[in-house]
Ligand binder design. Structure first.
Ligand SMILES: Nc1nc2c(ncn2[C@@H]2O[C@H](COP(=O)(O)OP(=O)(O)O)[C@@H](O)[C@H]2O)c(=O)[nH]1
Ligand SMILES: [Mg+2]
Length: 197
């Protein structure tokens, strides 16, 4: 759920990057941070000092325009993907407006992708969200690697929700902005009271 700051005339929205360990969640958030001008963003914060580099920051994406005189400030979080950090993942999901699921395209990582989606579904429902209704985007990352599974197969196996999806090479920035902007626009449409398929 978005949070409204009437004094600052801002609506705060939260996007969570979810997915298996080492899939590229932190790389996505870091890329957007680096591409955002200094005066539009907060500091980049590391949540816990494990090797998963769980990070967050917030910023004002200028391309969106305003919602009835309010600017939209987006908070981006990367969750830790490893199974042992389930408590942290649950906590980070609280108050979310949308999820970008970063899948690792490598054949060897398919099982972990599936496991992570199952985990997302359970954790969302524990927070009172329905995976079928929450704004959701799939990003098939690491398309540059030779062992990447064909797009069609990823779609069939992972995107059971007919969510918008994108191919990405997050380490080169490919597909990162597209994924974020599609999610941000989706959230703003909802804020404006529009219908989102
Ligand atoms: N080859 C390749 N490596 C990537 C890509 N995206 C991220 N990586 C690398 O994968 C590793 C894990 O990325 P990270 O963002 O930390 O994953 P996270 O655990 O999901 O946050 C890092 O070494 C990244 O540089 C990609 O598209 N292609
Ligand atoms: Mg990470």
């Amino acid at each position: 759920m978005s949070f409204i700051n009437k004094n600052a005339k801002e609506i705060h929205c939260k996007i969570v990057y979810y997915g298996p360990s080492l899939g590229g969640k932190t790389t996505n958030v870091q890329w957007i941070y680096q591409k955002t001008a200094q005066d539009q963003k907060s500091k980049l914060v590391a949540l816990n000092p494990n090797n998963e580099r769980t990070i967050f920051f917030d910023f004002l994406p200028l391309f969106l325009g305003d919602v009835r005189g309010f600017q939209t400030r987006f908070h981006l979080y990367s969750v830790p993907g490893q199974i042992v950090y389930d408590a942290s993942r649950k906590l980070i999901l609280k108050g979310l407006d949308g999820v970008i699921f970063v899948a690792d395209s490598q054949k060897e990582r398919m099982e972990e992708n599936l496991e992570s989606i199952k985990n997302l579904k359970v954790n969302l429902s524990q927070q009172g969200y329905d995976i079928e209704k929450v704004p959701l985007i799939f990003q098939y990352n690491k398309r540059d690697l030779p062992n990447a599974v064909p797009l069609k197969e990823l779609r069939e196996k992972l995107n059971l929700y007919n969510a918008p999806d994108f191919e990405a090479i997050a380490s080169e920035g490919t597909g990162v902005s597209e994924s974020f902007q599609t999610m941000a626009k989706k959230i703003v449409t909802i804020l404006k009271g529009g219908v989102v398929a």
